[in-house]
Design a protein around this ligand. Sequence first.
Ligand code: AMP
Ligand code: ZN
Length: 477
Amino acid sequence: MDIRLYNTLTRSIDLLQPIEPGRLRMYTCGLTVYDYGHIGNYRTFVSVDVLQRFLRSEGLDVTAVLNITDVDDKMIERSREAGHSLQEHARIYTDAFLQDLKVLDIQMPTHLLRATDFIPDMVSWIQRLIDTGHAYESDGSVYFRVSSFPQYGRLSGKDLGGLHSGARVDSDKYDKEEARDFVLWKAHKEGEPSWDSPWGPGRPGWHIECSVMSMKLLGESFDLHAGGTDLMFPHHENEIAQSEAVTGKLFVRTWFHCEFLLVNGEKMSKSLGNFYTLRDLVGMGHKPSSIRFLLASVPYRRQLNFTFEGLTQAAASVERLRAFRDRLRTAELQPGESPELLSAAQKATHDMRASLANNLNSAEALAAIFELVRLGNIALDQHQVKQADRDAFLDVLRRFDQVFAVLEDADREKMGLLGAAAASGPSDAEIEDLLRQRTEARQQRDFARADAIRGQLDAAGVVVEDVKGGGLRWRRK
Ligand code: AMP
Ligand code: ZN
């Protein structure tokens, strides 16, 4: 199936055509590991994961690179405040980040890179920029000369003509020829970690890290580069300049930018303090699958306003999907098939794939699946589902889950991984809720569902007894 994606560089939805047919090479800007990731960060990483999973489910061989920014101003500041060495601080939050990726079922990249492992490569790239007249040294620091790269601004459409020398475009406190020039190498400052270079001790600027690591692993031209929209300028603009100035080749074909997760209309960010980490939400008892579903359910180019109500709805949606699958698995069905149900299953798969192929429209893909769940539940109520229909329905759900990854019920385990108190079993309120759902299922003569809930309670060590004269009583084993 043809896949189309919005490309920030061309400002249009283009057909995705990998440089090497059948193989897609992509790079994602990862987390700056000075603190835990918040769910705004994870909106971007979940969107990229949905993209990667979809491309793989369509048969593409995806090589994915993700970096960890383990040296920058904030890393230095925060490690100092915490009394850690830079390496120690980076290790703690890198481990936490990797754990979060696992909990959110985000597939591990083919290559996970730490910026500090590539400093000699960065130094030699900076030297090449100096040798070709695109960079200059000043007081032990090195800057990119923006005037040497006339295409600068093409990605973001920013007109930097108004920025005169002396105006500040970032917080660097070094001397530059022009205000819009940006730093490639920062001269050593007292108390900061540093590495040797031809310009004296110092450390790389953030932008050069991504250019050098991506090209080292993926080649001088590759297919797709991803990140949140805040990275479009200056980070990605600078990556293009640093790379193309030396290679003279198109650095990246498709730029994929994910819109923000908002809280009360503002970007969720560490600096505004309006953020929840994954651990915060899991600690409150929210399931990782609900969080993943919520983050994946809104198309990535639309802003997503985070609310707890939205999270509760996401949990109900996941529950509905899981209950449908369990009902299908446990139903006793006649052999045979119903042509209408088989064609409904085929249509659901087609609509889901077509929606995702259309700039990853996850909301439409979900609508196609929920329509099948609705039809399927009615058909099950009316005993119209036959064995071949069930297999076709389960196959649609399997395909769906290759991309959305929310059906496998490993929530408790994952919550345990994050050390949440909730890992010890369902709360009293959750047990009451399950019992209420079970009673409802029995009233509707949906015994498969009622049994599935009973199994869930059994697994959690909850014993349910009928009370004489009606009603139920429960206790923990
Ligand atoms: P950082 O650690 O700040 O470099 O951010 C890691 C990734 O999260 C980058 O791709 C950012 O663009 C992205 N990001 C940060 N805040 C948000 C947000 N509120 N919504 C979506 N993506 C975000
Ligand atoms: Zn980057």
